[in-house]
Design a protein around this ligand. Sequence first.
Ligand SMILES: [Zn+2]
Length: 226
Amino acid sequence: MASTAADPAQKAGSSTEPADNKGFEKWRRTFALITGVGLSEEEFATEVTRIQNRECELRREKLIKSSPGVRFMMNNLAKAGCPVKSSMMECVPCDATKSGGFSNNHGILLCQNHFYSKTHQEQTMIHEMMHMYDHCVFNVDWTNLRHHACSEVRAAALSGDCNWSREFFDRGIRKFTKQHQECVKRRAIISVEANGNCPSRREAEKAVNAVFESCYNDTRPFDEFY
Ligand SMILES: [Zn+2]
């Protein structure tokens, strides 16, 4: 799936304008965007989406170059026979409250309108790549709640969603505290509950509890760190 760059319609339109007008138009749009004056609601929304997309793509490229966690996962996916290209992590606007998603047909979706920081996007990329890794290495059936639960536990535990990846990737320190376990469990339950095959919160809890011990302790591909 290719990542979408600039709006082609806008490109085509601007190429026919004289240079002066282009500069003025850009200035007008920037000004209008800040003040909200002179833009229709629709224009404003389109502009915001375009800016968020660009920011998400720039961050993605930076993280691929410099984030130890993102690089680690990309290397391990390549080693496992499932190499990831940056175009397989597409920045898209999402209407749900989640920050990313993985689909075995479409790759990784990064919800450009839900990232509140570079670290948040970094964790989301690592989290979704953990699902990709599981899908590549283990025979995951995503309609099976226990399979899904296991991958969510691993992704939450190892991606830094529960806030320890910095220490881990920078210095190899790994702390499994009670708090960390609770955070992982809570996040995994929320994700499993969102599975179309999950009838209730109760079933999500059951699935997570059933696999928690073994999946929390299954730290592949991170084992080689210690
Ligand atoms: Zn997940």
